[in-house]
Design a protein around this ligand. Sequence first.
Ligand code: ATP
Length: 146
Amino acid sequence: TKTNLERFLHETIRSYEKAYKRNVELHIDEDLTTLTDAQKLKQLLYIFMDNARKYSEDGIHVRVFKEKDYACIQIIDHGIGIAEADIERVFDRFYRIDKARSRKSGGVGLGLALAKDLAKAVGAELFLQSEEEVGTKATIKLPLSQ
Ligand code: ATP
């Protein structure tokens, strides 16, 4: 269904902040409407916001911008980051980078594997950029509706 990103993201972020007591800032370049399954897109955002929350200590940023016929939603954190050698593997089921490092945050390493399946279901592409000790940027790229 057609989903207005501004309204949808405001609601999703507000409920996330309430549940997790963590500040999430939303920056929207342009009001965009996409064709997607909003419920699944919400789950997808929760996975990335959860990771940003678990692996960083300060605020989480969500940015929305247009790229050709696509809407890009970026979830940005300034946390511990991911080493280049691990980037490909974090999407694997049960893969967690440093067992000791990750253990205190709980989880079993299923978040990003599920994100991959959800992205497929909503017709989105995922990109993950990260640098150790600098932070992580996850991008969800969705087709715009006409
Ligand atoms: P869960 O099953 O609860 O999602 P998880 O967070 O360990 O647990 P994934 O979301 O699949 O599982 O992430 C896999 C691994 O990738 C994490 O264990 C963590 O090491 C790394 N990772 C994911 N997102 C980030 C991030 N934003 N910053 C740093 N490391 C991250």
